[in-house]
Write a protein that binds this ligand. Sequence first.
Ligand code: PRP
Length: 215
Amino acid sequence: MSEDTRYLTFALGKGRLAKTTLSLLEEIGITCEEMKDKDSRKLIFVNEDLKLKFFLAKGPDVPTYVEYGAADIGVVGKDTLLEEGRRVYEVLDLGFGKCRMCVCGPASARELLQHHERIRVASKYPNIAKDYFYNKKHQTVDIIKLNGSVELGPIVQLSDVIVDIVETGSTLRENGLEVLEEICPLSARMIVNQVSMQMESERIKKLINEIRKHI
Ligand code: PRP
């Protein structure tokens, strides 16, 4: 890399996706040793040779950093992209982090869905829930935003159903709930800032191709 090459910045969603993303990047020769130190509280990491920077952010903030150009590239779940609705290019389905967005609840709630009753829907994803019920099903519902452990909703009678991610289905099973309707499949996606895609197109396209060959 020449002296005046500018840094490309990656924003990675903290947690499971970041781990898999870093292994994938490592397989194509992009490493960031600094980032592996588990005890570090540092937020930004640099690979001087490749002129790359990496930072870890909360998943829902990743598309925000990418839209504003604070990061050129991001890796985030499709659930977050749908929920946040940011103006970014979604360039690659990375094929990991596969799960489904579903309407779930007790078996008894199936009938409420079929009869288009005005039900209560708890979710960490109010925009996805709204879009599904209002635009796809034309069903008026009350949406209640929660921040986690959403399966509690129907158990403590906060809501009739939930809209949530189902991966193995074990959280549902252990709480006497089931998938009632499937909204869409999900997986990790690579996103790119719209201006970076024009200005750094050669480097970014090369990177996309290398990753694509590996997945
Ligand atoms: C997610 C999701 C479900 C669970 C699904 O929660 O919200 O609760 O995983 O996975 P499963 O089908 O394999 O059981 P997460 O672990 O991210 O925590 P949260 O409930 O605090 O959001």
